[in-house]
Design a protein around this ligand. Sequence first.
Ligand SMILES: Nc1nc2c(ncn2[C@@H]2O[C@H](COP(=O)(O)OP(=O)(O)OP(=O)(O)O)[C@@H](O)[C@H]2O)c(=O)[nH]1
Ligand SMILES: [Mg+2]
Length: 640
Amino acid sequence: MPEERKRHIVVGTAGHIDHGKSALIKALTGVDPDRLKEEKERGMTTDLGFVFYGDDVTIIDVPGHEKFVRHMVSGASTIDFVMFVIAADDGIMPQTIEHLEVLKLLAIKKGIVVITKKDLVKDDWLQIVMDEAKKIMRDTFLQDAPIIPVSSITGEGIDELKKVLDELIAQTEAKKDRGIFRLCIDRCFIIKGFGTVVAGTVLSGKIKIGDTLELLPNKKKVKVRGIEVHNKKVTEVGTGFRSAINLVGAEKEEIKRGDVLAQPGYYQPSDFLNASLYLLKSAGKLLKNLTRLRIHLGTKEILGRIVFLDKKILAPGQKAMVQFRLETPAVCDVNDRYVVRTYSPQATIGGGVIIEPKATKAKGFDEKLIEHLQKIEAGDPALMIEENLDVNFELPRKVDEIAYDLNLPLAEVNEIINELLNNKKVLCIDEKRGLYYSQKNFEKLKNNIINILKEYHKNNPINTGIPQLELLKNISKGFDKSLLNYTLEKMSREKSVKLTDDNKMSLFDFKVVLDKNMDEIVKRLEEMFLVAEYKPPNYDAVLSQRLGDEKLVKKAYRYVLDTGILIFVGESIVMHKKMVEQAKEKLIQFLKSNKEIRISQFRDLLGASRKYVLPLLIYFDTHNVTIKRGEVRVLGQKYR
Ligand SMILES: Nc1nc2c(ncn2[C@@H]2O[C@H](COP(=O)(O)OP(=O)(O)OP(=O)(O)O)[C@@H](O)[C@H]2O)c(=O)[nH]1
Ligand SMILES: [Mg+2]
């Protein structure tokens, strides 16, 4: 950005065909904005014209013809204020009204009303037209705007207009910078010796020569070779400036008006946009669901169908939450204004604000979606970040993911995340990986886990707990593992759940309570394994003992294994815990006096056969009681 220039103002024109918009610009600047041959021949503007006014102002001339309203919308989409033109001899005409509606929908805040062709009418007629103008401006952003009658032919009133124009320019504040570079292209041309040049207004951010940018929707990487502002070469350019940018990496044929030049990684083309829509009173009739419309966004016109999210049908003068299903993808941002026009015949019927520029296909009357859109409608970054975390129940988020999702600068997201951490609205579940999760979701997740455990305990009263994998399956598909670990750990510390010895989760104070019948079977099972000592029965032998109803016996058997009363030592051999402990004691004692033990010695020690003794020894190996050294075993480290 040139140091001497702090800001740049873009002024637009608007008004009915032939009302003298282009002639007015020529009278103000000496330059004819109609640059096309066709325009000069027909005496009619067909496309946007760009003329410099002083050092810091560009005036965009728009066509008044009803066939070119789409160009008018694209021209008006980036202006700071408008010179609203009405011809004294013609008065209020259809595009006077339509352009006014467009400006209102685009939320243009200021302007000047210029009554042209003053030289063609008498004073009393001029007064009538001025009164009419006042009438249509009532309750609009132009209601207190100065009304200046001029003649572009005789020059009458032009000096006064310049004075008012300069005052308004001086009062206009620089556009707010959202940080991430974006420019909506309104022109693309070739300059001999340089190649492709695109022009447009920088809507946010800043670039310098050498930067790599992305052309969207084609997602083509390009490099900035040169930048011009007001025909002067500069090395960098920032928000609000109209600039011409010489690009390397794209041909003119690949670029159209309406394409977006942006900092890579943030903006994404999307087929679905969620927005609020206001249907103009002048729309005249009800707007039906799925109507095909022209959506004017930035400098682009896109065809698409409208889906009402919170209404079945929209009456003139009403507002609705809508989704646009587009025929070609759009690249836009939160808070962008848009205008909708009917497909055929074409007329402006409404417009609104983009709430979600990267939406997914929605159904009507999805209450959750409506609530979500209402929450972020105002476009407040903190609320948007909170909501982004809230809607991601399964996944903790990283700062850069949030920044890319919401087209917000990393530094801003970091700052807001810190605030949210301080306000306990967000928690960091993994500092190393920088993973953040919504406190609200965390409470919900903990509740879900408690409920799953309650349900599990109810249905499986003699199971000590739920296997972790089963718990994960019950929470939600695609759940992040580190989030689950964090949560379970935290819940264990808070003493709301516990991890059992065999890696199962249970409620903290859950204990298996056996009914009389089951208790009896468990006792008899224990008895059976104690009596058997080191020759325990196998599963079939247990069942054949008919200790009770077979189903119950099976349950009881699982219970004694789950609770560790019986221990599975290997090779389908199960022994009573007491026998295993006893064997361990004997083994340790033996090794303390003998240093090493052979299988045969262990066999004699327990008075059992090799079939049972070998798996038991291996069991002790894996539990580090013993270490196998060739044919013998020695005592494990921690028992020495
Ligand atoms: N007598 C008189 N003629 C004017 C004045 N302003 C414009 N005209 C004439 O009106 C005709 C239309 O003027 P333009 O400036 O082309 O009108 P426009 O609003 O740009 O028209 P479009 O771009 O097609 O919408 C031209 O023949 C101009 O010379 C004026 O103040 N006095
Ligand atoms: Mg014109």
